[in-house]
Design a protein around this ligand. Structure first.
Ligand code: HEM
Length: 233
């Protein structure tokens, strides 16, 4: 437990923080892989569609991966909620008034940015995986025998409201990550203030890279930098 842990923190709290850290860093791993995969939209239709087809062809492995990542999300949300409740009980005076080392806006709003990410992921899966809020994507013509994920993503982001929802949610996710990554190292026991300061900066730089990477896609579609071959959008 770090030396600046508030009073009222117990071994159970440490256990929850460790679980949060392990599940959180695994989710970050997914977020990075998902970004690298989707950035292939900038290479073109064939590259992104081939990548999506490769993921689909993983069969049982894909389902195992989905199960693990869903489990990590569930544990992270569950433990995070109870940690937030404990924090509230142990800290009747708000962080802002205490002015502790930890009291950044990002750290105080983790529960809210976290809830936003959860709502976004639920919508996003319904949008691009289940296709149930846009069933018309199911009838997109196949390209070279593959489902046309490229056109689906462009159609999605060419609706300004949807692109705005994505940009807002990605901003919240980046804000969440800006605190989460440095918090991960703190949970591992790194308490040296000068190292922590550097880790905080690195964590913010990392969150910024993730932000730029993800928002580049809806923005590129809105600015017509990426278009459907032969059809604009
Ligand atoms: C511009 C941003 C994004 C694009 C273009 C994008 C694209 C996609 C696509 C095409 C799928 C469907 C994959 C499939 O069914 O095979 C998908 C699924 C998914 N995305 Fe994203 N995504 C974006 C942002 C995000 C963000 C910020 C998260 C946050 C965690 C996220 C989490 C997920 C999850 C959990 C799935 C379900 C994975 C699965 O079906 O196995 N995505 N995304």
């Amino acid at each position: 437990m770090s030396t600046n842990s508030p009073p009222g923190f117990t071994q159970a709290t440490v256990g929850k923080k460790v679980l949060m850290a392990i599940t959180g860093i695994s989710i970050v791993g997914f977020v990075v892989m998902h970004l690298i995969g989707n950035l292939q939209i900038f290479i073109g239709q064939e590259a992104l569609n081939k990548y999506a087809e490769m993921l689909q062809s993983l069969g049982a492995l894909k389902w195992a991966f989905r199960g693990v990542i869903a489990f990590f999300f569930a544990v992270h949300i569950w433990k995070g909620f109870f940690l937030w409740l404990e924090n509230k009980k142990a800290r009747p005076v708000s962080y802002a008034k205490e002015n502790t080392l930890e009291a950044t806006l990002a750290s105080r709003t983790m529960i809210y940015t976290g809830i936003t990410i959860f709502l976004f992921v639920a919508y996003h899966i319904s949008h691009f995986t289940l296709l149930d809020c846009h069933p018309e994507y199911q009838s997109l013509p196949l390209v070279d025998g593959r489902f046309d994920v490229y056109t689906m993503v462009i159609l999605g982001f060419s609706e300004p409201l949807i692109a705005t929802i994505y940009i807002a949610a990605i901003s919240m996710m980046a804000f969440h990550l800006s605190h989460a990554t440095s918090s991960f190292f703190q949970t591992l026991g790194l308490t040296n203030p000068s190292i922590l300061k550097k880790l905080k900066l690195m964590s913010q730089a990392f969150a910024f890279i993730i932000f730029v990477g993800y928002v580049s896609m809806p923005i590129a579609v809105l600015m017509d930098i990426i278009t459907i071959p032969g059809g604009g959008h």
